[in-house]
Design a protein around this ligand. Structure first.
Ligand SMILES: Cc1cc2nc3c(=O)[nH]c(=O)nc-3n(C[C@H](O)[C@H](O)[C@H](O)COP(=O)(O)OP(=O)(O)OC[C@H]3O[C@@H](n4cnc5c(N)ncnc54)[C@H](O)[C@@H]3O)c2cc1C
Length: 380
């Protein structure tokens, strides 16, 4: 028995596993090759209901908690980390601020169609000059009458080039530092909003990542999510969820790399026996299985605590930090088990090795996770 999952969640895992295999597999390889997200997938996702796992049924969601969300992210990543990077963003970080801080009209305008897969969303905090130091963003939103006029550049924005709306963090009062940051929704086609370029990545190429620019981009005051100046504080509330989502992504990739390596070890022969009978390979696989299990326990412990409405900041950082480093160890050894074939692009472990690198960087680097954990240990 697994203490973190209810019977319903165990069944949910099976359903998502079957869904990911059936619906993501046909698109996954081409998306990685062309570095293009298949837009027809949004309709399939919208019909599945999975884009609304975290949101109440009244908005078309499933009303489930973070454990279910992490199960979804983990299972989807087992099939395609590239596609799931864009999908997870849509089902989480980009829509969560609309639900948490938006009013009823805003939820109807952006959240409901996003859950249905009819509108694609993005979330834009990072800039060329500010990533970890997010409080230092330079993008401004100046109040002019009932409108806001946005100026600035956003970098590394997942779904940025394909989004119908982007949740943008901008400074409405630069003199107030973090207390001057406000969240605004910018819709595609708004004058002054442009996609500068699609970024070419090491991996997870099935999701599209872009640089966005805002030049005298005017949005109405009704596009503001929450009050002026509370954007940063509000974002911090949703970051823990994002960290567990990263942990679940890393877990899914690690599982895939491990399964590939285990199966290969059973069938590859060297010196008259399967390499899985060799002590060196056995010890790799033994360590990989243990490492994954440790990451799994940390991830679902954090998600379970969130669902019990317990404080889980430290636990979210533990999970994110551990799994993002774990997946690199596991993917590295998976390539080793494959020998020369592991270096060739015909085999999934080559892709997993590259995919594994992302999770230590996004949603707070490992260095930042260690800072958060240290702060939660009372160290200033
Ligand atoms: C594929 C991809 C998708 C992304 N998607 C999005 C998105 O959708 N929306 C969005 O807003 N952002 C997104 N990001 C941005 C991502 O969150 C940032 O890259 C990340 O926060 C790190 O910021 P940075 O790249 O500016 O690195 P920096 O902050 O410049 O960090 C550089 C190095 O310095 C270290 N460092 C910085 N500060 C400290 C400190 N105080 N103590 C110790 N070490 C420190 C970092 O850990 C890192 O090793 C994405 C990035 C990638 C690569």
């Amino acid at each position: 028995m697994d203490p973190f999952f209810t019977e319903k969640q165990r069944l949910f895992r099976q359903e998502v596993r079957a869904f990911a295999k059936k619906e993501l597999t046909p698109f996954a390889e081409a998306a990685e090759e062309t570095e293009t997200f298949p837009m027809e997938l949004w309709k399939i996702l919208g019909q599945s209901g999975y884009l609304g796992i975290r949101f109440p049924e009244e908005y078309g969601g499933m009303g489930e908690g973070l454990v279910s969300y992490c199960i979804f992210i983990e299972e989807m990543n087992r099939v395609s980390a590239g596609l799931t990077a864009g999908i997870g963003l849509q089902a989480g970080m980009a829509t969560l601020p609309v639900y948490l801080f938006g009013n009823e009209d805003q939820r109807q305008q952006w959240l409901v169609p996003a859950i249905r897969g009819e509108k694609v969303s993005a979330f834009a905090l990072t800039e060329p000059g500010a990533g970890s130091d997010a409080a230092n963003i330079a993008c401004t939103a100046k109040r002019e009458g009932d409108d806001y006029v946005i100026n600035g550049t956003k970098l590394f924005i997942t779904n940025g080039g394909i989004a119908d709306f982007v949740v943008v963090a901008a400074k409405t009062d630069p003199s107030k530092g973090v207390k001057g940051i406000t969240l605004l929704v910018v819709e595609k086609g708004t004058s002054g909003f442009a996609v500068v370029r699609k970024l070419r990545k090491m991996a997870t190429r099935g999701s599209e990542t872009a640089e966005l620019s805002f030049k005298d981009c005017r949005v109405p005051g009704r596009n503001r999510l929450g009050q002026e100046g509370v954007g940063f504080v509000n974002l911090m509330k949703s970051l823990n969820e994002g960290r567990l989502s990263c942990a679940a992504s890393a877990l899914g990739i690690a599982h895939s790399a491990f399964n590939e390596a285990l199966n290969y070890a059973k069938r590859r022969k060297a010196f008259g026996k399967s390499i899985g009978a060799l002590g060196a390979i056995q010890s790799y696989l033994a360590n990989m299985s243990m490492d994954i299990e440790a990451g799994r326990l940390l991830t679902y412990n954090g998600a379970w605590m969130a669902d019990q409405e317990q404080e889980y900041t430290k636990e979210a950082s533990w999970a994110k930090l551990y799994t993002s480093e774990m997946v690199q160890r596991v993917a590295n050894k998976a390539v080793q088990v494959f020998g020369g074939y592991g270096f060739i692009r015909d085999y999934a472990v080559e892709r997993h090795y590259r995919e594994a690198r992302l999770w230590e960087i996004v949603e707070g680097t490992s260095e930042i996770q260690r800072l958060i954990i240290a702060r939660n240990l009372g160290l200033k």
